[in-house]
Design a protein. Structure first.
Length: 196
């Protein structure tokens, strides 16, 4: 009887192991497909190799949550060395760190009126990034720092997906924004791209 239970236990462990490998394989396929949907110049800041993963969200322009915009948001845990390396590179390249609630931000996908924020900096709404950030989940936690690597106005996706974005300043009716957010308390790095 004991050997019977040992065999069942072994079968359960092997099943879990195979299931985990299958989940990782599906995640890596989704990640590669998501990156391939955008120009490599827009996604070259995303990591090529993944040691761990936490969350990957992709919204296509025609999707229910992506009308008039598309975005990629990838979060993963890293060790302290990797986190410090990323932060050091950002600092060496003089990329400014912002707080998530900085008043300069124009949150793409938000319903607020940003038409007067002519010198605002567009970032994605982190609402689609499925974590509980508290009452106002459009923002990352106060422990995060947001580094905007690049943002440009213009048309960076097919015309049929573009919308007028009446709540944005004229300069930012369409464009893209990409960057990295870090959370040193949780050893987390979030890579993002938003095209609208």
């Amino acid at each position: 009887m004991t050997k019977y239970f040992q065999l069942i236990f072994l079968f359960i462990i092997l099943s879990c192991s195979n299931s985990k490998k299958e989940n990782e394989k599906q995640f890596l396929e989704k990640y590669a497909k998501g990156l391939s949907e955008f120009s490599p110049e827009l996604t070259d800041h995303f990591p090529n190799t993944l040691n761990s993963f936490r969350q990957f969200n992709i919204a296509y322009p025609a999707g229910a949550y992506g009308i008039g915009m598309a975005n990629l948001i990838f979060s993963h845990h890293v060790d302290t060395t990797e986190l410090n390396t990323v932060i050091r590179k950002l600092n060496l390249n003089k990329i400014k760190a912002y707080k998530p609630t900085d008043s300069l931000f124009i949150i793409i996908g938000d319903s607020l009126d940003y038409t007067k924020k002519i010198n605002g900096i567009p970032i994605p709404s982190f609402e689609s990034y499925e974590r509980d950030f508290g009452l106002n989940n459009k923002y990352l936690t106060e422990n995060h720092k947001i580094y905007v690597l690049e943002s440009k106005s213009g048309e960076f996706m097919n015309k049929e997906y573009l919308t007028s974005n009446k709540n944005l300043p004229e300069k930012w009716k369409n464009g893209f924004s990409r960057g990295i957010a870090t959370n040193e308390n949780e050893n987390e790095i979030i890579y993002w791209l938003c095209v609208w």
